[in-house]
Design a protein around this ligand. Structure first.
Ligand code: SF4
Length: 294
């Protein structure tokens, strides 16, 4: 990957949290100087999750109210997610942009599933690119044209074995493959999950309650969720998948990876909700790692 800033530091997971904070802030300082040259805000991809929240707090330390958040809505969020994001943006006094896949691009999830004739899969998770990435690209282009923009992304190498491989050699700033001429910044690439927890706690940041309830936040449906995540969500919102179940029937294909139909998952849950909830209990760290790809 091409690096635009000379940051003479390799990723070092072993550093202390204060050292990592200092390094992250140094990176953001350089990035913010570029944003000022371009007369663009410093953008943070903000999902309301822990990692993007840490990015937002770091960004504010450098750029204050010149930080702007982008929430890339799929229109399939768990109830309360958008409200949480709005509330946090307001509390932290940063401008929030919410992109919309219908308004800003071509259609919602159902539109794309009908268009392709199948649901997203490991090999092709078109929901991420069509609903989030392309919609946000058009949105930003409308506001800032062809200016060079910098988007902070809360990717961490330690998040999963997949990410360890993907970001093994990654610099902290890389060209944005989806927004030509712009850059993606990974300020917390070397942070661990414990670093994030500690940093959020130091900053009195309360994570969205959906994390502790379901082990995920963001999309209520994701083809990569395990059954237990669906069970927990169904327990709180029994009808939440009904539109997708209709879509499964319409195209005759399963929505969940492993050839699983949401209608069967719902039927299994409704046959014994108490027993299932007693068996699966609260989300474990292991389940939390089996979350969405984006
Ligand atoms: S969380 Fe899952 S369903 Fe939502 S956009 Fe990402 S891959 Fe698609």
């Amino acid at each position: 990957m091409r690096e635009i800033f000379k940051i003479d530091k390799a990723i070092d997971i072993e550093l202390s949290l204060p050292e990592k904070i200092e390094r992250s802030l140094e990176i953001l300082d350089l990035v913010y100087a570029k944003c000022q040259e371009q007369e663009v805000p410093m953008f943070v991809n903000f999902s309301g999750g822990k990692d993007s929240s840490a990015c937002l707090l770091l960004a504010r330390e450098i750029a204050g109210d010149k930080v702007e958040c982008i929430f890339m809505s799929t229109l399939m969020e768990l109830p309360g997610t958008v409200e949480f994001v709005k509330q946090e943006a307001e509390r932290l006094k940063v401008t929030l942009h919410i992109t919309d896949p219908i308004r800003d691009y071509m259609g919602d999830f159902s539109w794309w599933v009908r268009h392709y004739g199948y649901f997203p899969s490991f090999g092709y998770n078109f929901c991420n690119s069509r609903l989030k990435i392309r919609a946000s690209r058009r949105y930003l282009r409308k506001i800032h044209g062809l200016k060079t923009m910098f988007r902070l992304n809360g990717v961490r190498q330690q998040e999963s074995s997949r990410r360890k491989k993907m970001y093994k050699e990654s610099p902290f700033v890389v060209p944005d493959g989806d927004l030509s001429g712009s850059y993606i910044v990974y300020p917390i690439l070397e942070w661990t999950g414990d670093n994030i927890k500690e940093y959020l706690s130091i900053n009195n940041f309360e994570v969205h309650k959906q994390y502790s309830a379901f082990g995920v936040s963001g999309c209520a449906y994701c083809p990569f969720y395990q059954k237990d995540i669906y069970f927990r969500i169904l327990n709180a919102y029994p009808d939440i998948y009904d539109e997708l179940i209709k879509l499964e029937d319409e195209i005759g294909k399963p929505a969940v990876s492993g050839n699983l139909y949401l209608k069967d998952i719902k039927a299994e849950f409704l046959a014994n909700p108490e027993g299932i909830m007693e068996r699966i209990g609260a989300p474990s760290e292991k389940i939390k790692r089996c979350k969405a790809l984006c």
